[in-house]
Design a protein around this ligand. Structure first.
Ligand SMILES: [Zn+2]
Length: 309
């Protein structure tokens, strides 16, 4: 659990935060994120070996980078890796209103096969990442499919935005040596004067973007994960010759929607015959939250009683 002391320490140490920024003179915008106690909180529900914890940490940073671009509190961003014959079988994380959660399913006995220099194929086999943006407020739902190819998750995401989305982008993700701090940056070029989805006129070789891209690529993993360096200061180091403006600061937390009432509601929507098939000899239906590694025993009598009354 995250104690009040560690929350205070996180605030003082520039952790668990996302900043949105723009560089209006260059038609660029971006997000920078750093996770600390939130990462520990999410990982503490599991006992992941280092390579699995690391890839989930990177995916959580990516979720925070993309999710904090959503407008309003109702929007949700979900990242789900689906794989064939990979050591990682499933990786899921999501972002909603500043809250992150995630988990990984993997084959423990194949971890020994991992090469020390591991690319995405070594972890996922043949796979892809489905990135889903849901914005109920405007009834928008959008899904992008990112092939899990290349050296890293950052590279796969960057190629996806730059090539499939025609949205020139820089993505960097980093996890420090202890595994307790992770950070990332996303910088994107916007077509001149447009903030919407029309990107037909974006040129990958636009000289203004080239300048921003080169500056963005100078960020070091240690800058992304150093809790003593504020995110503002990291941006300032990168873009100090530019008119860089922080437009939003989003505190990040670990969050999950699992609770007895919610899960009881889900079970109640099953037919009586389905419920009877799920119930154990003590009269309980056990539902797992894989994000939190928690089991919720729901009493069937409770549900049937509520249905009769
Ligand atoms: Zn949960």
């Amino acid at each position: 659990m995250t104690s009040p002391q560690s929350l205070e320490a996180a605030a003082a140490a520039h952790l668990d935060e996302a900043l949105g920024f723009t560089i209006p003179g260059r038609n660029a915008r971006g997000r920078i994120v750093r996770l600390g106690p939130v990462l520990d909180h999410i990982l503490s529900a599991h006992d992941y070996p280092a390579p699995i914890a690391r890839i989930l940490s990177e995916a959580l940073v990516l979720a925070a980078l993309l999710g904090s671009l959503l407008k309003g509190d109702e929007g949700q961003l979900t990242i789900q890796a689906q794989t064939e014959s990979g050591i990682v079988d499933l990786l899921v994380c999501d972002y909603k209103a500043g809250e992150l959660r995630g988990y990984v399913r993997f084959e423990k006995d194949r971890l020994g096969d991992l090469p020390s220099h591991r690319d995405l194929f070594a972890l996922f086999g043949k796979g892809y990442l489905a990135i889903t943006f849901d914005q109920p407020a405007t009834d928008e739902r959008y899904q992008g499919i990112v092939p899990l190819e290349g050296a890293s998750l950052a590279e796969a995401a960057q190629n996806y935005f730059s090539q499939s989305e025609q949205l020139p982008s820089v993505v960097r993700l980093a996890v420090n040596d202890t595994g307790h701090v992770a950070g990332g940056i996303l910088v994107q070029h916007l077509p001149e004067g447009e903030e919407g989805r029309e990107r037909l006129h974006t040129r990958l070789d636009d000289p203004e973007w080239e300048h921003v891209r080169i500056l963005s690529e100078t960020i070091k993993g240690t800058e992304l994960t150093d809790p003593r360096l504020s995110l503002e200061a990291a941006l300032w180091r990168l873009f100090h010759e530019e008119d860089v403006r922080v437009v939003a600061a989003v505190p990040l937390a670990k969050g999950c929607r699992c609770n007895f009432d919610y899960i009881r509601g889900v079970i109640a929507r099953f037919g009586a015959a389905d419920r009877a098939a799920m119930v154990d000899e003590d009269g309980f239906i056990s539902v797992d939250c894989e994000f939190c590694s928690r089991v919720f025993p729901i009493s069937l009598r409770d549900i049937d009683g509520a249905a009769e009354s």
